[in-house]
Structures are given as structure tokens and as C-alpha cells.
Write a protein that binds this ligand. Structure first.
Ligand code: AMP
Length: 214
């Protein structure tokens, strides 16, 4: 059972990489705080509406809201049995410290990618409205134009409302401000592993196993 953190700037490919890890560890729970906020927003829950105030501006949702939500998720049976990939959490040092009270961690994977590529990835990113599969106008188009590789439906474009130029600048600034102490924290715990994410990650099972040390 693995307990992993995927860390990196927006657009580093955390979601894509999580999908690849699941090829090797199919039962591992993918816990993306951004996804949980977006699901709540869709259902217009109080949590979703609160998160929206921050997400729209590219700011972080307050720690007390986010930490409580992650605590609840990591307490579920699937996580306890099969481990987890944390995608988008922790994003602040207090989040990292709270996490250490909830669970131990096997690896902190730092996805490294230049700002240039991030911009392309984020501004070109869209998803299939039917199944949520993620594509990119520049770097990751579907194999057959207009048809989703995953569900076969004709793709109706859906773009994240925070994937625009102005919000992206704030998201990147926020990342750069918070990242250093978090990386230092996990380096000190000897859990840090750097992963080159410049190219869209398309790794073999063996390569993934080697990264995950399994
Ligand atoms: P993401 O999908 O990971 O890019 O997250 C989208 C947005 O959700 C972020 O810009 C934040 O507003 C919010 N968010 C996601 N994860 C966190 C977190 N760990 N702490 C605070 N806000 C978060």
C-alpha cells in the first residue's frame, strides 16, 4: 500500500500522472482537493460555494476548510485499505503539518516543469463533458479529432473556469510563494523525489514502478 503526495505547480501534470500511477496501482485512491471542491461547487453545497470565492480568484481556500475536508476523505475505508495519491494537497506548510498528524507518507513527488510549458498546458487544457477525460489543444489532442479516446463520445469542450490568463498568474504566484517551505519540509523527512515533467508524462509501467520504488 502506498501513500503518495504529488506536488508541483498548476499544469505540472498531477492529474495525468495520477492516472498513470493507477495503471500500476489500480485500487489506490486518487484524492484531488481541486476535484473535490469542483464536485461540491457543481452540487452547490455550502463547501463548494465557500471554495468558489477563492478558486475564481486563483487564491487558496482557507486551511481550516481544506484540512477538515481532507481529514474526512482520508478516513474513508478505500483509502485505509488501498492507500492514496494526494493531488493538490498540501499546498501550505500548516496543511503539511496537519497531514503528518493524520497519516504517514511514503513519497513526496515533486513534478518539475518550466513556467512556459505550464502556461501552454493550462491555457490549452479542456475536458470531455461526458466523462471528464482531460486533453490539451497544443500537447495532448484526442487521437481522433473531436472524439473522446476514453468514452467515444463526440467531445463537447469544457474548460475550467480558473484556467484563464489572469487567474493563472495568481495561481502560479501563490504556488511559488508557498512551495519552498513545503519542499524543504519533506526533504528533511527524506521523502522528496524529483520528477522531470517537462514532457507530457507518458511512462511505462516499469518506469512508474521505479519512480514509486515498488
Ligand atoms: P487544482 O485543481 O489543484 O488546480 O485546484 C483548483 C483550486 O482549488 C485552487 O486554485 C485553490 O483555489 C483550490 N484548492 C485546491 N487544493 C487546495 C489546497 N490544498 N488548499 C487550498 N486551496 C486549494
Amino acid at each position: 500500500m502506498k501513500k503518495l503526495i504529488l506536488f508541483g505547480p498548476p499544469g505540472a501534470g498531477k492529474g495525468t500522472f495520477s492516472g498513470q500511477i493507477k495503471k500500476v496501482l489500480p485500487d489506490i485512491a486518487h484524492v484531488s482537493t481541486g476535484d473535490i471542491f469542483r464536485e461540491n461547487l457543481k452540487k452547490e453545497t455550502p463547501l463548494g460555494l465557500k471554495a468558489k470565492e477563492y478558486m475564481d480568484k486563483g487564491e487558496l481556500v482557507p486551511d481550516e476548510v481544506t484540512i477538515g475536508m481532507v481529514k474526512e476523505r482520508l478516513n474513508k475505508e478505500d483509502v485505509k485499505q488501498n492507500g492514496f495519491i494526494l493531488d493538490g494537497f498540501p499546498r501550505t506548510l500548516p496543511q503539511a503539518k496537519s497531514l503528518s498528524e493524520i497519516s504517514d507518507i511514503d513519497l513526496f513527488l515533486l513534478l518539475e516543469v518550466s513556467r512556459d510549458i505550464i502556461t501552454k498546458r493550462i491555457l490549452g487544457r479542456y475536458s470531455c463533458k461526458s466523462c471528464g477525460e482531460i486533453y490539451n489543444k497544443y500537447t495532448l489532442p484526442p487521437k481522433k479529432e473531436g472524439i473522446c479516446d476514453n468514452c467515444g463520445a463526440e467531445i463537447k469542450f469544457e474548460q475550467r473556469s480558473d484556467d484563464n490568463e489572469e487567474t493563472l498568474k495568481n495561481r502560479l504566484d501563490t504556488y511559488e510563494k508557498n512551495a519552498k517551505p513545503i519542499i524543504k519540509y519533506y526533504k528533511k523527512k527524506k521523502l522528496l523525489k524529483n520528477v522531470n515533467a517537462e514532457n507530457t508524462l507518458e511512462l511505462t509501467g516499469d518506469q512508474i514502478k521505479s519512480i514509486l520504488e515498488i
